[in-house]
Write a protein of this length. Sequence first.
Length: 190
Amino acid sequence: MSRGGWRYGAGRPGWRPKLEQCLRLDIRQFKRTSRLVPGTCGNWSWTNSYTGEQIGSAGYRVESDQIILSYCPDGTHVAFPVRLTSSSCNYGGSRRWFCCPLCFRRCAVLAFGRSTWACRICLDLAYSSEAESRIDRLWRAQARLEARLEEDGERPKGMHWRTYGHLCNGLDLIEGLKDGLLVQRLLARL
């Protein structure tokens, strides 16, 4: 599925806006910080991870079956209700979900786009990893395997030797694939 142009070899179109670039509300963060209790009010703010400056904020009020978001996108105050739903877990208890205001689908993350809050499917958002080239995906896979090892690549205490061998074999395979892609790109430029 190769395409020409400046993204030659990526194999995946990158024209869709990315979820990671939007303001997001994650119900799991609300749950972790005990903000899903009915009657809870507060502010939620987003910051730029590079500069640390605030890029957006919204007030919220939790009711038994909804969260009401309060924000001012264009200087006008908007109170936006988001329904909450729950599902039962296999071993007891329940899990809370946002209900997408556009498609009424259960979702854990709502994004702000096209001047409304909705799920990523309604807003046609992609994940950043969907637009990565093959070499980028290999780099990410290598980082994931290396994170399981010690700083110097040694076996962590308590890890089975067999598991360590599988990790080392995976790293060798990834290195070989990256070298092969590098050779392909160099030969394509000749």
